[in-house]
Design a protein around this ligand. Structure first.
Ligand SMILES: [Fe+2]
Length: 200
């Protein structure tokens, strides 16, 4: 997917550090840009897991947690309308809105194999680790009559070893992402289930 390569590694303007949009404003953008409800839910789930991780695992303050949440909420915002230019369009929109470069870099690095941007800080590395796994876990919940209720970590592990299940989810990306953070797969699965199960 060479077309997705962003061809640069610097995003936004350092003078915009700390300049965030509100979650309400980001939700308006999301509703406007993403008609597909399931895709919107994916971004809301990743946002909830990112925010939870920032606060609980990284001791983030409100501003920092909002950066994690915003990156999660907007990381695929251009995917539905601009699949061939995915990531570039939302990045340019956030640059136009003078958003904090860390948020933009985080979005730009959420798939290094596709966008050609390496995750640098913990926020970058965690969105890479959380994104695909969050979608995979949601797919696993959707095929169960009770959805998230009773969904076990071992069932997710088993499905990850079943190539035909959610075949579009790249297992190598998940393992590559995990190798960059010091988090066991089981722990991340448990954290994701806990933080996204109530998101609607
Ligand atoms: Fe995503």
């Amino acid at each position: 997917m060479a077309t997705h390569q962003l061809g640069r590694s610097s995003f936004g303007d350092p003078k915009n550090a700390g300049n965030l949009m509100s979650i309400e404003e980001a939700t308006v953008l999301l509703n406007d840009w993403v008609p597909n409800e399931r895709l919107r839910l994916h971004m809301k789930q990743v946002a909830a897991v990112m925010k939870g991780w920032a606060i609980e695992k990284e001791g983030a303050d409100d501003i920092s947690a909002q950066k994690w949440e915003l990156a999660g909420l907007l990381h695929d915002a251009d995917w539905e309308k601009y699949p061939d230019d995915h990531c570039r369009i939302i990045i340019e929109e956030l640059e136009r809105r003078n958003i904090d470069p860390e948020v933009i870099h985080c979005i730009a690095s959420h798939g290094p194999g596709y966008f050609g941007v390496e995750p640098l800080n913990t926020m970058d590395k965690m969105i890479y680790a959380i994104d695909e796994l969050s979608g995979f876990i949601h797919a696993a919940a959707l095929i169960r009559p009770t959805l998230y209720e009773g969904l076990e970590i071992k069932s997710i592990l088993k499905k990850l070893k079943t190539p035909s299940f959610a075949a579009q989810v790249n297992r190598e990306d998940i393992m590559d992402a995990l190798s960059r953070v010091d988090v066991p797969l089981e722990n991340l699965i448990a954290f994701i289930i806990e933080h996204q199960k109530e998101i609607k």
